[in-house]
Design a protein around this ligand. Structure first.
Ligand code: ASP
Ligand code: MG
Length: 693
């Protein structure tokens, strides 16, 4: 048995009724059907008005007219005459203004539809729900609980007595009380009727057809972005229905639930939509279902209910509701109350709709994330760290409103050509390689509309014309070219320099201690109190902190690249040859083999110790400082050398791989930026910031 229930708007016109007939015929080709209908929309209200009116005749005529015009559209000839006669006879009862006058609406609608089905050759039987559905004793005038034992037995008997019938048509809403007087199941009660028929007959299907695609996450008239809930538990559906979701009458849940019959809520005007299935299945993970609301017109308040399933967290939910309302400028009248998986909050009625919208936005609307497709060249330490950060968060960065999609990561030197051939415009190419010539592909990449983020200094420390060409290509193609991690890792050094450019507070000097390798060596050396200089250097070399030949570092190449980047960021077109470098050690150390070098260091250790003692006595330390200075004639001079710094210098207290950059400007005190300059994970975070920025 299949039980189908249609609401008022599904039977409100001849066109709507034809849709109903299509759906019924389709179902009856599979199994026997019980068709439960509401009155045509507005009919129950109109009948109640008629009951209260001093002079109801014009109301009666208009309601009668609506029914007759549906009949005229659906029937012809003798059938039309019979249908009209039946309709008029019901209206003659209405004209007597009997008690429970609202009970006639469902009689009228189901008479029409049952007759139409018969005319179409379907074996149809109209069942009088007033004879079958009995409310429990003492349940008051309307809406009382149903005596299910009696009701189920009566329904079963009526259906079994008519084995040849294919479609039973029964009015919803109406019933009789224990004394035999006509009553109703309460406003919206047709859903309840349908559920009772389904439970009585152990129906395989219970479908409630309405004018929206199922239970929705909020009232779609209040929240246009509300969407239908595909599946919901009996309990959660009951809560939503009890707290204002009008699509379902709350008491309708129990009969179906007791028999384990799923309730499928569907849209008559979009029959292909699967709608909502209400069943015993409940989500095992925390899941939000919907937000419903009820107005208290007397108190002038609106009570909202957020309904969830699964192990939702009360503390976090109460906080989120509070925040969402605060963001919308709404003050709740009382504290948010948690009852199981339902959360209640009361607001003034005039902000009720905004409150529903605010809670819906917080719990049901993904703040739409724009996706960035990212290709990473270089699967070394930084590339791997980047991948693991993205994997851990699914690439989702809610505060930036963006999602990073890692399309591919590779160390293959041909990778960039592949990216050039396949990546879509507006994707991002990330260079975390150590390659000295990957930059040659940057202009073509930008030409293809691909953005670039690099942490590779060698891609920046190139001749100025080439550097300028890359920047121009980026501007021309509307792409970004970002490289903040090339100096000071994740520290905001470059952005601090470029930010103020051209604003009248010009850079006059930059001093930087930015070579982690050298810092480590210099700050670790402690003269006679610690290890010898050569031991220290050997260990740094072995741990990979220096290049294979540590003299490359000592010669200041790395510091030179960084100084070029810093200077160019300040608008100074510095070239390598413009920088005067005084290596950390005298020229003789740079000749000969690596072994000769270490031997020489060992021999000279007493000299280093003496020097360290002298400096200690003077209260100064030596630091390898890269410096760009503006001269009075407006030109810039750049050098990299050991400098002695006193206790009042920001370079004095540096440990390990710390970096310090000091930016001097014409109008302000020096800006000191100090922090970690090392670490693959840090570099990866800096790269992500550059991608999202
Ligand atoms: N016609 C009744 C009402 O308007 C019952 C129903 O539609 O479910 O309340
Ligand atoms: Mg309804």
């Amino acid at each position: 048995m299949i039980v189908l229930k249609f609401g008022g708007s599904s039977v409100a016109s001849a066109t709507a009724m034809s849709r109903v007939l299509d759906i019924v015929e389709e179902a009856s080709s599979k199994d026997k059907v019980v068709l439960v209908c509401s009155a045509i929309s507005g009919c129950t209200d109109a009948l109640l008005q008629i009951g209260k009116s001093e002079d109801p005749e014009h109301l009666i005529e208009s309601l009668e007219g609506r029914h007759i015009s549906i009949i005229n559209r659906l029937f012809t000839g003798k059938e039309r005459g019979d249908a009209i006669a039946e309709c008029r006879s019901v209206f003659s009862d209405v004209r007597c203004i009997p008690p429970v006058i609202e009970a006639f609406g469902e009689v009228l609608s189901t008479n029409i539809i049952a007759r139409k089905l018969s005319c179409e050759g379907v074996k149809t039987l109209w069942l009088d729900s007033r004879e079958l559905v009995t409310t429990a004793p003492g349940s008051g005038s309307v809406g009382g609980p149903v005596d299910t034992a009696k009701t189920y037995a009566a329904i079963r008997e009526a259906v079994e007595a008519a084995p040849d019938v294919q479609v039973f048509v029964a009015p919803g809403f109406i019933a009789k009380d224990s004394k035999g007087a006509v009553t109703t199941l309460g406003r919206g009660g047709s859903d309840y009727s349908a559920s009772l028929f389904a439970a009585a007959l152990d129906a395989s299907d219970l479908q409630i057809w309405t004018d929206v695609p199922g239970i929705m996450t909020a009232n779609p008239k209040v929240v246009p972005t509300a969407c239908s809930i595909p599946a919901i538990s009996y309990e959660a559906a009951f809560e939503m229905a009890s707290n204002g979701a009008k699509v379902l009458y709350a008491p309708a849940v129990a009969p179906a639930q007791e028999k384990g019959i799923a309730i499928n809520i569907r849209n008559t005007f979009d029959p292909a939509h699967p709608g909502t299935v209400i069943s015993g299945k409940e989500s095992e993970i925390p899941e939000w279902k919907g937000v419903s609301s009820l107005d208290d017109t007397l108190a002038g308040t609106t009570r909202l209910c957020l309904t969830g399933e699964g192990p939702v967290s009360p503390v976090a939910t109460v906080r989120r509701i509070g925040n969402a309302l605060r963001e919308a400028g709404i003050k709740p009248l009382y504290d948010v109350a948690a009852q199981g998986r339902n959360f209640f909050v009361t607001v003034r009625a005039r902000v009720g709709r905004s409150a529903v919208a605010a809670i819906h936005r917080e719990f049901f609307e993904e703040r739409s994330l724009s996706a960035l497709e990212v290709y990473v060249a270089g699967a070394g330490a930084v590339g791997q760290a980047l991948k693991s950060i993205l994997d851990a968060c699914g690439g989702i960065f809610p505060s930036a409103g963006k999602q990073i999609r890692l399309m591919d990561i590779s160390s293959d030197h041909l990778f960039i050509d592949k990216v050039l051939a396949t990546a879509r415009s507006r994707s991002v190419f990330v260079d975390c390689t150590n390659s000295k010539d990957i930059w040659r592909k940057f202009v073509p990449l930008l030409g293809a509309g691909i953005n670039i983020v690099t942490s590779n200094r060698r891609s920046l420390a190139i001749p100025y014309v080439d550097y300028a060409a890359i920047k121009a290509a980026a501007a021309e193609n509307g792409c970004f070219f970002r490289y903040d991690t090339t100096v000071g890792n994740a520290l905001p050094i470059l952005q601090s320099i470029s930010d103020g450019a051209g604003c009248g507070d010009d850079v006059t000097m930059i001093e930087a201690v930015v070579s982690c390798t050298l810092n480590h060596i210099i700050t670790s050396y402690d003269g006679s109190r610690g290890e010898t200089f050569s031991t220290l250097l050997r260990r740094a070399q072995e741990s990979g902190l220096t290049e294979h030949d540590p003299r490359t570092d000592l010669a200041g190449r790395d510091a030179l690249r960084k100084l070029l980047i810093l200077a160019r960021e300040a608008g100074v077109p510095l070239e390598e040859k413009d920088v005067e470098i005084v290596p950390m050690l005298a020229a003789k150390y740079f000749r000969g083999s690596l072994d000769d070098f270490y031997k020489m260091l060992d021999e000279d250790e007493p000299y280093f110790v003496r020097r360290e003692d002298e400096l200690d006595a003077k209260g100064v330390r030596q630091r390898f400082v890269a410096r760009l200075v503006k001269h009075p004639d407006g030109t810039f001079k750049a050098d990299i050398r050991m400098r002695l710094v006193g206790i009042d210098s920001p370079f004095y207290w540096i440990t390990g791989t710390e970096n310090v950059t000091v930016i001097h400007r014409s109008e302000s005190y020096p800006l000191v930026i100090k922090g970690s300059g090392e670490g693959a994970r840090l570099a990866a975070t800096g790269i992500i910031r550059n991608i999202l920025q």
